[in-house]
Design a protein around this ligand. Structure first.
Ligand code: IMP
Ligand code: MG
Length: 180
């Protein structure tokens, strides 16, 4: 890793760990006596997901999905492309979607609507990062670790052209990376 590729560390690994402890405690309180299905939204959520489920005392089962949104014009409500779906039946179950970042909100809006049709007992979203300034679809997370400014971030699971997911912190890329 060329450190010159990273303009700055936005959220350090220590800050992330501290915040995850706090939200995990909140989730433990909210899911007391339950065993939710935690769905990791690949690939960006993988690092956050692994840390979050281990910080929670509540037992969870884990599932993985890979989704993206498309077809959002100026009027339509858009479509969801599901390249990997969960195998388990979520009807009557408590479901927690674990996402890396909510940007326009299109992906989470469409995913939440799709999963709702499978009749879970409850359906909530936790996101590591939220960029509220960029929101287009009307969606908000039930739990947000950090709200950030409108900047493109990488690390801790988040990528730029599939790189930087392995960084232990959330950072901002140098302009030189985009311009090359
Ligand atoms: P949406 O615009 O809310 O549908 O976000 C879709 C996806 O875009 C997120 O799940 C991320 O994978 C990706 N994304 C949005 N903003 C960033 C960013 O700043 N860095 C890396 N990925 C991002
Ligand atoms: Mg993503």
């Amino acid at each position: 890793m060329q450190t010159s590729e990273i303009e700055k560390v936005l959220i350090s690994s220590e800050e992330i760990a501290k915040r995850i402890k706090e939200v995990a405690a909140q989730l433990d309180a909210d899911y007391k006596g339950k065993m939710p299905i935690a769905i990791c939204i690949l690939k960006g959520s993988v690092v956050f997901f692994a840390d979050l489920i281990r910080a929670m005392e509540t037992p969870v089962t884990v599932e993985f999905m890979k989704v993206s949104s498309y077809g959002f014009g100026t009027t339509s409500s858009g479509k969801l492309s599901v390249s990997l779906d969960i195998l388990s039946n979520i009807e009557g179950k408590d479901v927690l979607i674990v996402e890396d970042i909510i940007d326009s909100g299109h992906t989470m809006y469409a995913l939440k609507n799709m999963l709702k049709t499978r009749n879970p007992a409850s359906l909530r979203i936790i996101t590591l990062l939220d960029k509220p300034a960029r929101r287009v679809s009307e969606i908000s997370a039930d739990y947000t670790c950090f709200e950030i400014e409108d900047e493109f971030v990488i690390g801790y699971g988040l990528d730029y052209a599939e790189r930087y997911r392995d960084l232990p912190y959330v950072g901002i890329l140098s302009r030189s990376v985009y311009e090359n």
